[in-house]
Design a protein around this ligand. Structure first.
Ligand code: FAD
Length: 480
């Protein structure tokens, strides 16, 4: 039996960032163990459907910490080890090998597993799902010789994969179950905007359709849809959602709902046992609801939070949910939770690549989407969601109620209330534009424009310095 003071079950993003944080907080050698079923050193998952899949990044570049980090800091990183169960009374993990690993404090960070297609022909080669580094390597290798691809699903992973495959010159068709892409999150106008952008770059859509069968001898040659249409393809990637991995705690007495149930301290009902990341269902005190988030920032922030909790800090996890995605040359971000929103305000031109969308519920800003918008909007989004009940009655315009002008008026007023200037377009560029905008809203401090590239996220604390993708987005960063 191996013994550890602190143990992390799962060697994904939570583990990588928790280890990093613990080292920064003074972890002593020999105190922390990480047990992971994955064979790879903890890595960033976002590049798996972006730069790594595109062949622009390699394994070494997407590691959360360098290979030597774990050895140098005396962290026992056990890879390729499957945990079968947790015994909270004995404080041990039962391993598939029959061995046990004991702990004083535990973080359950088992992540999520992809949902798979239950169809005839599901085992043909050429059908892929994307969760791990190995999955991404397989798709990348297969894509090299592929001519026609089908992407089942229309959420962010499906959209990212479709954009990478199309950029590789593969004839790509997205099979969308709803009437429009990512209907769960996007407004109709947003879906429409992204669909146009994708279509202009060669991606085809078949909507209100599902893959019902895969055909081929041993390798995939076509898929059949529910309306019997047949689509020729030699590669299919299904991005149809994930489910939290909780089977490992099933008989432990730890409560499981939609994920491992934890309180606002990320602690389960068993003192000293925490859960974080995609696997954790936590009490969100900002929105006063139970929530499970399947995104990068949540894994990073909860990993860091649990690290501090293991070391003795006791503070609630108070966090505005955040998400980002990159498709083609676009990068967008989303904060908050639009569930139950009763008003949507759109700023900018949704036919362009620069717009933002603001969701309000009972006059409170609950969610915001921004793409290529001024820094003021981007910075304001999480702050307002966290703190500000926005008074829409005050800012609702009189007279002509064209949607666009209404949105812009609301936006101007929102920004004015904050004492910020609202630039009319793209990135603000200093004094001259500041002058130009003087009539639009109250004048406030205007800062140089920033772009949405990942390096920028790192600089603003919304990313990691080791995050590998750095695709400049604006003239500030782009030398062209
Ligand atoms: C392809 C892809 C692209 C993404 N892109 C974005 C993006 O652009 N923006 C964004 O915000 N989010 C993105 N995400 C989501 C983000 O990566 C996840 O939210 C994050 O990885 C969750 O971290 P985690 O540590 O909870 O789980 P994971 O990173 O999945 O790690 C879970 C770990 O637990 C291990 N494990 C599970 N069960 C056991 C067991 N029984 N025994 C031992 N080990 C076990 C696994 O092997 C794995 O190492 C993306 C995810 C994927 C898959």
């Amino acid at each position: 039996m191996t013994k550890s003071k602190y143990l992390i079950l799962g060697g994904g993003m939570v583990a990588g960032y928790a280890a990093k944080e613990m080292v920064e907080q003074g972890l002593k050698a020999g105190e922390l163990s990480i047990i992971s079923a994955d064979n790879a050193i903890p890595y960033e998952r976002p590049p798996l459907s972006k730069g790594f899949l595109a062949g622009k990044e390699e394994e070494k570049q997407i590691r959360i910490n360098p290979e030597d980090f774990y050895r140098e800091h005396g962290i026992d990183l056990k890879l390729g080890v499957q945990v079968e169960g947790v015994d909270v009374a004995k404080k041990v993990l039962r391993l598939q090998s029959g061995d046990e690993a004991s702990f004083e404090k535990l973080v359950i960070a088992t992540g999520a597993a992809v949902k798979t297609l239950d169809i005839r022909g599901a085992n043909l080669s050429g059908i892929h799902y994307l969760r791990s580094l190995d999955d991404s390597k397989r798709i990348r290798a297969h894509a090299d010789g592929a001519k026609r691809a089908v992407v089942a699903g229309s959420g962010f992973i499906a959209m990212e994969v479709a954009s990478v495959l199309a950029q590789k010159g593969i004839d790509t068709t997205m099979i969308v179950r709803d009437q429009r892409i990512w209907a769960k999150i996007f407004t109709p106008a947003m879906s429409h905007s992204f669909e146009n952008y994708f279509a202009a770059r060669g991606v085809q859509f078949i909507k209100q359709a599902e893959v019902k069968e895969a055909r081929g001898q041993s390798a995939l040659t076509s898929v059949v849809l529910n309306d019997q249409r047949s689509i020729e393809c030699d590669l299919m990637v299904a991005g149809i959602g994930v489910r939290p991995v909780t089977d490992v705690v099933a008989k432990s007495g730890i409560e499981v709902g939609d994920g491992v149930v934890v309180n606002e301290y990320l602690e389960t009902g068993v003192p000293g046992v925490y859960a974080a990341g995609d696997a954790a269902s936590y009490q969100d005190t900002l929105f006063d609801k139970r929530r499970r988030v399947e995104h990068w920032d949540n894994a990073v922030s909860q990993g860091q939070h649990c690290a501090r909790a293991l070391l003795g800090e006791r503070t609630p996890f108070v966090h505005v949910p955040y998400f980002f995605s990159d498709v083609f040359d676009l990068s967008y971000e989303l904060w908050g939770d639009m569930t139950g929103a009763d008003e949507v305000v759109e700023l900018g031109d949704l036919a362009s690549t620069s717009f933002s969308v603001w969701w309000l519920k009972q006059q409170r800003l609950v969610a915001a989407f921004t793409m290529n918008r001024p820094d003021e909007e981007r910075n304001a989004a999480p702050q307002w969601i966290e703190s500000l009940p926005v008074d829409t009655q005050r800012v609702r315009p009189r007279g002509r109620q064209a949607h666009r002008s209404r949105g812009d008026t609301v936006g101007s007023a929102i920004l004015a209330r904050q004492g910020w200037c609202q630039p009319r377009r793209g990135h603000s560029r200093g004094a001259q534009e500041h002058q130009e905008n003087a009539g639009v809203a109250a004048i406030g401090p205007i800062r140089p424009g920033r772009c949405l590239c990942v390096r920028e996220r790192a600089a603003t604390g919304r990313g990691s310095e080791t995050f590998p993708t750095s695709r400049p987005r604006c003239a500030d960063h782009d030398p062209r």
